[in-house]
Ligand binder design. Sequence first.
Ligand SMILES: Cc1cc2nc3c(=O)[nH]c(=O)nc-3n(C[C@H](O)[C@H](O)[C@H](O)COP(=O)(O)O)c2cc1C
Length: 418
Amino acid sequence: MSKKKKRIEEAVTTEDLWKIMLERIPPIVSEYFRGGADSETTMRGNVKAFQQSTTTAKGAIKFGNLDLSTQTVGHTLKVPWYISPVGSLRSLYPMADAVASKVAGEYGTVMAQSTLSGTPMEAVTEASENSCWFQLYLCGGKETALRGIERAKKAGFTGLILTIDTGVSGLRALHAKMNPMQVAKPFKGVGIGEAFALMFRKLSVAPQMITRLSWLIEHTRDGGLMEFVNVVDENGQAMPYADIGEQLASSAVTWDDLHWIKKAWGNDKPLIVKGVHCAYDAKKAEDLGASGVIWSNHGGRQQDRVPPTLHIVEQEMPHMSNSKLDFMMDGGIRNGTDILIALSYGLKAVGLGRVTAAGIGAGGALGLRRAFEIIDSDLQRAMRLVGLQSISEIQQMGCEIRRKNLLLGDSHLPEFVY
Ligand SMILES: Cc1cc2nc3c(=O)[nH]c(=O)nc-3n(C[C@H](O)[C@H](O)[C@H](O)COP(=O)(O)O)c2cc1C
């Protein structure tokens, strides 16, 4: 067994996989996946909110098999987590979105593919034995988005996620300082003076590439810096890898857009609104025909200083008691106990963003399978210790399985890894 494979198989927590990912991927790339907005208060808060939550435990209980299945927006998932849309996943591993959908399919769950992805959407649905969802940004404008929706339907996606929290891109300060767009700029068309400056800039990242040669070779063989192959203009031209911030700002979504998006996607298929922070927006989404809502602060990458998603869920779910929506959440989930706590608020499923990046970045399918194995055994262990045999029991028991945290301060909490 290769050393790399052994390390992945010996990983005990998803934090172990994250550390392997950081060793394999050059910092100028991995920082895109790590970073949060501004001071990263919300990003860390997402994780801390789970660490500060406590559960009950019941003794003298013995179960046979557990039932991890759940239903959301007309889909049955064999496990109560799905892969959240993560842009540029392919920079971590060749054809990463298809690799992720394959692993999600093996687990009987859903891969949600980002618009900002370098893998053709057909390859993603093709790789999975289960359903896939497509996440929509309106990059390139309405006509481009309509082409994307038609293509997603044809490719077999069964759910459309509309992300509403990216009216502008958040400032991820450390990555901005690394200026990856400058490093990626081609020499073609630049004057001699700029060419020299560009060469020195490219040389400055050589040390981090040389120490990560296996990534560099695989990435180059996979085609290098990808185009956004699912965002295609009227001439069939894919959107080049450009400044995503500018793209998002010029294509911000409004509630009015939901009308034509819903019509184009079709009333028979679920529309899910992601990036919802308050009951007002959730109700608006429901009124406009959404089937599901994902409470999410985008992994702390957009507006810093908004509450951790778990706190949003705790504060807003009670206002939605008359709603027919299916609710999900993402942000800060790193292990199975986190999932148990999230579902106890009545959610149907949770999304994994950086856990997916940790697994894929550590070693493609091997790494993501290990991440899923860890989460799976974590969740099963937590369910047995708390005394719950099924996901529906977690959802029904609700606050009865949560305990008020009476510890003051946070010096007892584990160190923040990711
Ligand atoms: C590197 C990265 C890229 C992301 N790209 C997208 C995206 O293209 N579309 C989207 O809706 N959300 C995107 N997200 C947000 C995730 O879908 C999800 O909300 C978030 O990662 C959840 O937090 P977690 O990373 O703590 O699990 C991205 C997140 C990360 C970490």
